[in-house]
Design a protein around this ligand. Structure first.
Ligand SMILES: O=C(O)CCC(=O)C(=O)O
Length: 272
């Protein structure tokens, strides 16, 4: 038995590369998170998908706090050990009745990490289900190497480069349905994606990216936030955390990290 996960859940994650649903916050707190995203969008005059990417936690202290959520960290610790860095976070907000989707991809292809031990906790701020395009995974795909992604830049693809795996048969995909405040976990090599939102309501989730402190950056010196334990390795500089919502210093770091990722400085692992 771990801090949050049972032995069976730990074994499931190791074998299958995903786990869901788990509870992070209650439904009321999740609704507050969704409202805060709307407030951010009103203040910025743009859709949160445009900017809360890769280092989205740098936009507001409440997002950092959610990244430090004890239930999430207990589950992550059960899988990667007690010394944990939050190396990034991205929003995935799908409008109602919209064509946007996320193609099958592995995060390991672009995160530039070694070894591949990153785990993503995807937290639902709204219901996330088959009808509104919940996150889907291909079980056991985390046991594959880094696969080649085709960069399509397809306009409705929510990924920065429209990167997609050529999957011939995805009939065994699992849809990780979540209620507001629940979260799922997936390994960085687990192929995942999501279909379009066919409902009238917006579907919002925030993905938090965690690594054990011994993981290195393969793309030069980068920053992260120690969220639990001790960093005995010093591979990462400290993120400039926001002192208040939309703190200009933290927002500059967010924009720089997102820009580097989006504009192609990160090469996909299969090409390295
Ligand atoms: O939320 C989605 O639809 C996709 C999420 C995703 O690709 C991720 O968390 O890495």
């Amino acid at each position: 038995m771990g801090k949050h996960l049972t032995d069976a859940q730990i074994a499931h994650f190791r074998d299958e590369g995903w786990l869901a649903p788990l509870r992070a916050i209650d439904a009321g707190e999740a609704a507050l998170c969704a409202r805060r995203i709307e407030e951010y969008e009103a203040a910025m005059g743009e859709n949160a998908n445009r900017s809360l990417k890769i280092k989205g936690h740098l936009a507001a202290p409440w997002i950092v706090e959610l990244g430090r959520n004890t239930r999430i960290l207990d589950a992550v610790e059960d899988l990667i050990g007690p010394d944990i860095l939050l190396f990034g976070a991205s929003i995935f907000a799908k409008a109602g009745n919209n064509r946007e989707y996320v193609s099958w991809h592995q995060d390991s292809a672009y995160f530039g990490l070694d070894p591949h031990e990153e785990i993503t906790a995807w937290v639902a701020f709204t219901p996330s289900n088959a009808a509104n395009g919940a996150l889907q995974v291909l079980p056991r795909s985390h046991k594959q190497p880094d696969l080649r992604h085709v960069e399509t830049y397809a306009p409705d693809n929510m990924l920065a480069r429209g990167q997609e795996l050529q999957i011939e048969d995805d009939s065994h995909a699992v849809t990780m349905e979540l209620a507001p405040g629940e979260f799922s976990l997936h390994h960085e090599r687990t192929a995942h994606g999501s279909q379009r939102n066919r409902t009238a309501e917006r579907r919002i989730g925030f993905a938090f990216f965690y690594i054990p402190a011994h993981v290195r950056s393969l793309t030069g010196r980068r920053s992260a936030t120690l969220v639990r334990g001790t960093d005995r390795h010093g591979h990462w500089d400290a993120d400039p955390l926001p002192r208040f919502d939309r703190d200009p210093v933290a927002m500059d770091a967010l924009r720089a990290a997102w820009g580097q990722y989006r504009d192609g400085e990160a090469k996909q692992a299969a090409d390295a």
